[in-house]
Design a protein around this ligand. Structure first.
Ligand code: FEO
Length: 397
């Protein structure tokens, strides 16, 4: 397998994982890439490695341009195993003179690898000589792990951003201008919503810091998806927009159903929202994945959640999606709960409590239906939809 030149002295030597469909609970329906980069020159330097199983692919690409034994420096920008999984093997095979990571990266890599080799810590502003060029470092704590770090190759003007500005997209064409914008925009949104969203305040601060540093690289080289060479500022601007979480007049109705009653209620609520002029996305957890729910919520202003009652509890698929959403901390949502029960409606109130715990502004008590909704109950659901629509219109105007 061959390396791909991305700038005069920098080569992509990563791996393409066409078949990945689950990335810790996130449905990666278009696979992913694990990008690693090789800087050639007097001190050949490897930026990141790949997931352990893909080490032979990375090695083969490295061998297409250099004897791997000539690699002098390895940088580990992030200690998650899709990038650090092959680090120990790479160090054993290449015997570099130095391995660098952020301070937290050193701590995390020691706990993962229990290595016999030394890992040196670097911090924001530190620089290392890589032969014909200089690498400087910017720590990016909690984007998205405490150890996350970016590395900037100064003369070639290439910023290696690890997870930041990436997306889970397996592609044979590794540059932004070679990929379909409709597809990559979906994947960039999905990646932000599922990976970066809880750290949006940090993103906003980080983008300000990058601007202050005057960092506007010619190439942005993340570790997932493709490399930004035509318009790197595009993904930076998109991150600014995503991080702002400005609500739009859009509601997402998320529900599960046992005998169809909660589904009838969801449809009536959706109709009320539509009548109020709100764009609605109806998502049954029989048909939709949790990672698509948070992606739809990225630009939404309202969430309505519905459940039947099973064994004095909410439906398992609703517990799953609500637990996932709670962790992702989406801001600026209003919402309400609804559902059908047989003899104990309290678990539906549990959904309202979960919405509150998620920071959602609850605008109505839960609408609860004993068994099958009649016309009167469906009208009440429609009214709930209209109420949420009205409150949302006030919020986004
Ligand atoms: Fe791509 Fe946080 O690992």
């Amino acid at each position: 397998m061959k390396a791909l030149q991305i700038s005069p002295n920098v080569y992509w030597v990563g791996a393409i994982d066409w078949n990945l469909r689950d990335f810790h609970g996130y449905a990666t329906t278009r696979g992913t890439t694990y990008n690693a980069y090789l800087i050639l020159g007097k001190k050949p330097t490897l930026i990141d490695t790949v997931k352990k199983a893909f080490y032979p692919e990375m090695l083969s690409r490295i061998k297409s341009v250099i004897d791997p034994k000539h690699i002098e420096i390895i940088i580990s920008n992030h200690a998650e195993m899709d990038h650090s999984g092959a680090l120990a093997q790479a160090v054993a095979d290449f015997e570099p003179s130095a391995v660098y990571a952020s301070t937290m990266g050193v701590k995390n890599l020691l706990a993962q690898l229990h290595p016999s080799f030394e890992i040196k810590a670097v911090k924001t502003g530190d620089k290392i000589d890589v032969g014909d060029d200089t690498l400087s470092f910017v720590e990016a704590r909690m984007l998205h792990w405490p150890d996350s770090m970016l590395a900037y190759l100064e003369k070639e003007d290439v910023l290696f951003t690890n997870d930041v500005f990436g997306m889970h997209l397996a592609t044979s064409h590794l540059f932004d201008d070679e990929n379909d914008e409709q597809i990559w925009m979906q994947e960039a949104r999905k990646y932000y919503a599922n990976i970066i969203l809880p750290y949006s305040d940090i993103v906003t601060r980080f983008l300000g810091q990058v601007q202050q540093m005057g960092l506007a690289p010619k190439i942005i080289a993340p570790d997932h998806g493709f490399i930004w060479r035509k318009d790197p500022s595009k993904i930076v601007r998109l991150y600014g927009d995503f991080a702002a979480q400005k609500p739009t007049n859009k509601a997402v109705v998320v529900y599960d159903t046992m005998w169809g009653s909660t589904e009838k209620m969801a449809q009536a609520i959706a109709d009320g929202l539509r009548q109020g002029g709100t764009k609605v996305q109806l998502m049954s957890m029989h048909a939709c994945h949790r990672s698509d729910v948070i992606t739809e919520l990225l630009d939404a202003g309202a969430i309505l959640v519905g459940t039947p009652v099973l064994n004095s509890n909410m439906y398992p698929a609703m517990a799953d999606v609500l637990c996932y959403l709670k962790g992702l901390k989406k801001k600026n949502l209003i919402g309400a709960a609804f559902g059908s029960y047989g003899w104990n409606g309290a678990p539906i109130d549990g959904l309202t409590k979960m919405l509150e715990e998620m920071g959602v502004e609850v605008v109505s008590p839960a609408v609860k239906c004993c068994f099958v909704p009649d016309e009167k109950m469906l009208a009440q659901c429609e009214e709930l939809g209209k109420l949420v629509s009205q409150k949302l219109a006030e919020k986004v105007k």
